[in-house]
Design a protein around this ligand. Structure first.
Ligand code: F7E
Length: 392
């Protein structure tokens, strides 16, 4: 094809040069466009990053606020809401919704309970517990306070003894002093533990099984258990002791083995964690659902007479079995490549196998566990997959 010269007035233009000029202009325009888009995207990325950081901070703050103390719910809700208002234009509605739910549940809890401000009350400080009794004038007291991580109890046995052991005595004293001359008026629940059975002297373990604790935690729980019985027998107080076997839920702290596994499995499934490092995989526990066990605690305090009850499922499973079900839940049949063992997580003295007999609770309280072991594992893994997806 032959291109004719272009005549513009008296000027004659070479068509090839015109074409090249037009192409050059188009290329320059494209370059400018690319630079503009790149600058815009980088700004968006920076903003998204800042927003992510703020979101992460907000999430931590929300959690901390929720955990610090439910009694200061008004202040907490205000703080959360103020911060949310400032951030609403940047955050997704799902987070706003989560925050609202958090503040709502804090408010609901406050309505239902006479709550003790944990910032000022302390199990090692009897006078603070007496003040707590005076402020709340309760009908029922549930002592769930403890240094509860068994492995840590070897790190700090004196503190464990002060809180987990002597703390029970302080609570009992506070209740006794507040009850004045009506010693059966306040019903008291003590969270005793299957860790008291330790090196088990009978299988399955029941209320009458000889206690043989294997950790400073277990020893402290034995002290609290017998103090509770002693106050009941000495003063006629309505003081009951629930010997609860391991009870788990998606709210379990991530240092405990069930949650450590469910969280890791969720992350491995989503590709954000490579493997999980554990200790003894052969230990066996009687694991139940915490929700069921809380119901048992409440039932104990509704009885005419105070007493002691084993609360358990009557089944025992190893850490290996927990791993098998947890990994299977996300479609992984061979979990061995994802699990490493390390001495760091082994205990100086292990409790090898626990299995409880809750016949007394079944007969006297009409209590039965509702959630099975496979359902519990599935519940925990599913919750962690959702939590990880949501960025929690
Ligand atoms: O350990 C083994 C570990 O820390 C269970 C507390 O609520 O229940 C709980 O005490 C088993 C042990 O709970 C890891 O050696 C292996 O044999 O989840 P845990 P726990 O010690 O049974 C009783 C009833 C309570 O009263 C306590 O307060 O799992 N295990 N590898 C591991 N345990 C942990 N934590 N981490 C590991 O990596």
């Amino acid at each position: 094809m032959v291109l004719e010269p272009i005549q513009v007035g008296s000027v004659t233009l070479d068509p090839v040069l015109v074409l090249l000029g037009l192409l050059g202009f188009a290329a320059l325009a494209l370059l400018v466009l690319v630079v503009i888009v790149a600058v815009h995207m980088s700004r968006r990325r920076r903003e998204a990053h800042e927003s992510d950081a703020q979101l992460a901070e907000l999430k931590v703050r929300l959690r901390t606020l929720a955990e610090i103390s439910v009694s200061r719910h008004g202040e907490l809700a205000r703080a959360v809401n103020e911060r949310l208002d400032r951030m609403t234009h940047r955050v997704g509605s799902d987070l706003t919704e989560t925050a609202r739910k958090t503040t709502d549940s804090i408010a609901k809890l406050h309505e239902r309970l006479a709550v003790i401000d944990s910032a000022q009350k302390n199990l090692t400080d009897l006078s603070s517990l007496i003040r707590a009794m005076r402020d709340s004038d309760p009908d029922e007291v549930y002592n769930l306070g403890a240094v509860s991580f068994v492995a840590y109890s070897w790190e700090n046995a004196p503190l464990t003894t002060d809180v987990t052991g002597k703390g029970v005595l302080n609570m009992l004293e506070a209740v006794r002093l507040h009850s004045a001359d009506d010693l059966g008026r306040i019903r008291f629940y003590q969270a005793s533990s299957s860790e008291m059975f330790g090196k088990v002297q009978e299988v399955p373990q029941r209320e009458t099984t000889l206690l043989w604790p294997r950790s400073p935690y277990g020893v402290s729980k034995v002290f609290g258990h017998y103090m509770t019985i002693n106050y009941r027998e000495s003063y006629g107080m309505h003081a009951s002791s629930g010997i609860l076997f391991n009870h788990e839920s998606p709210r379990r702290g991530p240092e405990f083995v069930t949650r450590k596994i469910s969280q890791a499995v969720a992350r491995i499934h989503l590709g954000t964690q490579k493997d999980i490092v554990l200790g003894n995989l052969d230990a066996e526990r009687d694991w139940g659902f915490a929700g069921d066990y809380v119901e048992a605690m409440w039932l104990m305090l509704q009885q005419e007479q105070a007493d002691d009850y084993v609360i358990s499922t009557g089944e025992t499973h190893s850490i290996r079995e927990f791993l098998t079900l947890a990994f299977a839940r996300v479609g992984i049949d061979e979990w061995e490549p994802y699990v490493r063992q390390d001495e760091r997580f082994m205990r100086p003295a292990e409790v090898d196998q626990l299995i409880g007999d809750a016949a007394k609770a079944r007969a006297a309280l009409g209590w039965e566990p509702r959630v099975s072991f496979p359902e519990l594992v599935a519940m925990m893994v599913d919750a962690d997959v959702e939590a990880q997806k949501a960025g929690w």
